[in-house]
Design a protein around this ligand. Structure first.
Ligand code: NAG
Ligand code: NAG
Length: 133
């Protein structure tokens, strides 16, 4: 590919990835499903990620995992009770309209937001975390 000749105008500089993992069946055969599975977006174009679980779990979490880093908790809901980590960017817009569903909006994605976003759920007494395979 004649990359050296294509010049900056040909390089999709504004394109970056927000990658998502679809989490499969857990140990009990129950599921946490994330949608979309992968998303490539442009810087500044809002992104909406959704997650659902069919186990009636009261707690749902969103984690962010940047390249070669451990997943970091962004926030979680215990029922409708929202808990935020103090250093989480206000660029994120979470919601949990009902028990089985939560979403994560990114208002204006930047390069720093390029990551794997992981959704997890648990019952308060028993922690069942779901990790990508
Ligand atoms: C989470 O906390 C951070 C720092 O206090 C704040 O800037 C951000 O807006 C909060 N996010 C939400 C969704 O409340
Ligand atoms: C939960 O909310 C989502 C998003 O609004 C909706 O699609 C889904 O049908 C709702 N589920 C239930 C069980 O109400």
């Amino acid at each position: 590919m004649p990359q050296s000749r294509s010049g900056p105008a040909m390089v999709p500089r504004l394109l970056h990835c927000v990658t998502l993992c679809l989490l499969g069946a857990g140990p009990l055969g129950a599921t946490v499903t994330q949608n979309p599975r992968y998303q490539v977006t442009r810087i500044g174009k809002p992104v909406y990620l959704s997650c659902s679980q069919d186990m009636n779990h009261d707690t749902m979490y969103w984690y962010q995992q940047r390249l070669s880093q451990a997943p970091k908790l962004l926030f979680y809901y215990y029922d409708q009770d929202f808990n935020n980590e103090t250093d989480t960017s206000d660029n994120f817009q979470p919601s949990r309209p009902n028990t089985s569903f939560c979403s994560l909006g990114i208002r204006s994605p930047g390069v720093r937001d390029s990551a794997v976003y992981l959704c997890a759920s648990s019952r308060d007494t028993e922690l069942e975390r779901y990790h990508p395979s």
